[in-house]
Design a protein around this ligand. Structure first.
Ligand code: SF4
Length: 439
């Protein structure tokens, strides 16, 4: 192997031992080749240190977007389990943590519940919600517990021109750490100068210290003709949509080559997923057919389209559940969770005028009687209560609903700039109409 692994390990030992404050290390682990190599090199370096000196805590953090490629999910979950067990056995001070988006930020809640059109290169509402925020929250929590933290990433200069520039820009001259945009956080990229070939050579020759081999990882890459989807921790990380082990729902890339590769190589059960992804692209691009002319604030503007129609959202949910029915038993894959369905129903209720229920669609597909009545009752109660308190002044109810819609519109646009002015305008109108009921 041309790669000088010993030098790499010594450098890591150096970094680990010579820190007076014993700042914790947070290792971003995506299960891909680069972060696997990173974790492995760090692990092997730590094993060369006297156990008594292993004082710094190491957190291995892996983010699950809830729409990860299901084949990759199975593989990563297995690896994470093995990593934790082996770390305990070998007395490596390392704990594994999985982060997830907030339920209300999940891909399906945003898309089906609120009608966000599937993301594209220009409106990429997903990365921040699904990837950056959950990991950032984890890092912030650790910083507030421990004062500072060092984030170890498997980023490599050889990977892309942009990433090389980004690594250079943030590097602190003469040091191995670079500043992270979060206060009190630093980034350390130990394998930044390792080439792609060297990564593969290393993984082929050195078995993982947490047991097993890298055969499955290598096969996955081979079958998927895939690139890597790194752990995304800030905007400087290139679009995860460009790398190919991203979300199976990713409509930012023209084609999901990894999913197509896996299907071609025997994972035919993923075919319905590929069809759903294509349907998401269609619903985004064929605005006439699938999107509302009216924006959530009631505004209609030439060339500007509103959220996905309710019928479109119901159809997407129906297709997901049909696919889930097909593959859940054989593959144990869950495409949408019960909690997400409850939240979707919540948003449909808040939008008032959608009569189809999530449970109707679920029962239609699964031929069951799923009971969401408790949640539904709660939501209905909330609305009835609001209506009852506005009984004397029904225009107040309308005002409250409009304000909620405005708030949602701004959220849909990601930025909340102007929200206060919009609500104030709406309040002015409301007050004027109270003074002059006929206007
Ligand atoms: S992989 Fe695609 S869908 Fe997933 S967060 Fe990245 S850009 Fe969005």
């Amino acid at each position: 192997m041309s790669l000088d692994v010993r030098h790499l390990e010594n450098e890591i030992i150096d970094q680990y031992l010579y820190d007076e404050n014993d700042r914790p290390w947070i290792i971003g682990f995506s299960g891909g080749k680069d972060s696997t190599m990173l974790l492995q090199v760090v692990w092997r370096a730590l094993r060369k240190i006297e156990p008594i000196l292993l004082k710094r805590r190491i957190y291995v953090v892996c983010n699950d977007t809830m729409v990860e490629n299901p084949r990759m999910v199975k593989f990563i979950k297995g690896s994470l389990k093995r990593i934790q067990i082996a770390a305990n056995e070998q007395q490596i001070p390392l704990t594994v943590h999985e982060t997830m988006p907030k339920m209300d930020d999940s891909f399906w809640v945003r898309l089906i519940g609120l009608g966000y059109p599937a993301p594209n290169r220009f409106v990429r509402w997903c990365t921040e919600r699904l990837k950056i925020n959950p990991t950032t929250q984890f890092i912030k929590d650790k910083i507030s517990e421990e004062g500072e933290a060092i984030i170890l990433l498997g980023t490599r200069s050889a990977e892309s021109g942009n990433r090389a520039k980004s690594i250079k820009k943030h590097e602190i001259k003469g040091q191995r750490l670079r500043k992270h945009q979060l206060p009190s956080a630093y980034v350390y990229a130990p394998i930044k100068d390792v080439t792609t070939n060297e990564v593969w050579q290393y993984l082929n020759q050195v078995p993982p210290p947490w047991g097993g081999t890298h055969k499955e990882l290598v096969t996955l890459y081979r079958n998927a003709n895939a690139g890597d989807c790194p752990l995304v921790i800030d905007e400087t990380t290139p679009s995860c949509g460009n790398s190919r082990f991203g979300c199976w729902t990713c409509t930012v890339v023209n084609k999901d080559k990894s999913m197509e590769g896996l299907i071609d190589n025997g994972e035919e059960w993923m075919q319905p997923l590929s069809e759903i992804r294509d349907f998401l692209v269609e619903t985004r691009d064929n605005q006439e057919k699938y999107r509302s002319r009216e924006r959530r604030n009631g505004e209609i503007k030439e060339g500007v389209w509103g959220p996905l129609l309710f019928e479109t959202r119901a159809e997407i949910l129906r297709r997901i559940l049909k696919a889930q029915k097909l593959i859940k038993e054989s593959e144990g894959v869950e495409l949408i969770t019960h909690q997400e369905m409850v939240l979707i129903q919540y948003h449909w209720f808040r939008d008032c005028f959608f009569s189809t229920k999530v449970s109707d669609i679920y029962n239609e597909v699964f031929k069951t009687q799923m009971d969401m009545s408790r949640q539904e009752e709660k939501l209905k109660e909330e609305q009835d209560l609001l209506a009852a308190s506005c009984k004397e002044n029904p225009e107040d109810l309308q005002f409250i609903m409009d304000s909620l819609a405005l708030q949602k519109t701004k959220t849909l646009l990601i930025r909340k700039r102007g929200l206060q002015a919009d609500i104030e305008n709406r309040l002015d109108q409301h007050l004027k109409s109270l003074k002059n009921p006929k206007s």
